[in-house]
Ligand binder design. Structure first.
Ligand SMILES: *Cc1c(COP(=O)(O)O)cnc(C)c1O
Length: 222
């Protein structure tokens, strides 16, 4: 019941151009089905094995987003079905995804993960690394991947000014890079439960929301 209510409430506060990803990591299939029955079709997972299991067990029209840190030896497990891989942080990973895409005769959608936070623990490419991937033309030789935009995470802070500033730096980079490449980079994946409103104000087109839909995660029992 609450999942349904949470989905409806979020829907009414998210503009039509922004895709809501329900982040269901560590959550049971029943909770996912409740969101599904409320009309939700995009779900995000961080762990490969969990994603593979849920894909097997749940309705086939779910669009599965991989939002975690992807190791190249695990791409093969999600390549047959994944809708969008959010956290691509190296050219080598793009090459591996391309290889697996080819095996499964698919073009796999990817987002480059950009580092915008001040913390040193977060994964991601620096702006200049991103730029060199996109302008070198090397990725154009990879026919089984499609780079659709960028993913980022703001610093884990209460300071809204800083969060806004970090999101804005990505949006500015995006506007700049759009003019120098002829790739359509239409997707900007940023914003989570705590900062999605700021993210939308700063130009996000895809918000990844877990705890506001499913409640807090309990890692101990999973
Ligand atoms: C877990 C996770 C989310 C969702 O976090 P909430 O704070 O629960 O909304 C979003 N993005 C990524 C990359 C995550 O790992």
């Amino acid at each position: 019941m609450t999942v349904t209510t949470n989905i409806h409430n979020l829907r009414s506060s998210i503009p039509p151009g922004v895709t809501l990803i329900a982040v269901s990591k560590t959550k049971p299939n029943e909770a996912i089905l409740e969101a599904y029955n409320a009309g939700q079709r995009d779900f995000g997972e961080n762990y490969v094995q969990e994603l593979v299991d849920k894909h097997e067990q749940l309705p086939k029209d779910i669009r599965w987003h991989f939002i975690g840190h992807l190791q190249s030896n695990k791409i093969k497990y999600i390549a047959p079905f994944v809708h969008l891989i959010h956290g691509v942080d190296s050219f080598k990973l793009l090459e591996e995804i391309n290889k697996q895409g080819k095996k499964h005769n698919r073009v796999i959608n990817c987002l480059l993960q950009v580092f915008i936070a001040t913390e040193e623990t977060k994964f991601g490419l620096a702006f200049d690394e991103c730029q060199s991937i996109l302008t070198s033309g090397e990725f154009q030789k990879l026919p089984n991947i499609n780079i659709c935009g960028f993913m980022a995470m703001a610093s884990n802070t209460e300071d809204e000014t800083q969060i806004r500033h970090e999101f804005r730096s990505l949006k500015d980079f995006h506007s700049k890079i759009q003019q120098t490449t002829n790739t359509e980079l239409s997707t900007l994946s940023f914003g989570m439960s705590s900062d999605y409103k700021i993210a939308i104000e700063e130009g996000s087109t895809m918000v990844r929301i877990g705890s506001l839909i499913f409640g807090e995660r309990d890692y101990k029992s999973s």
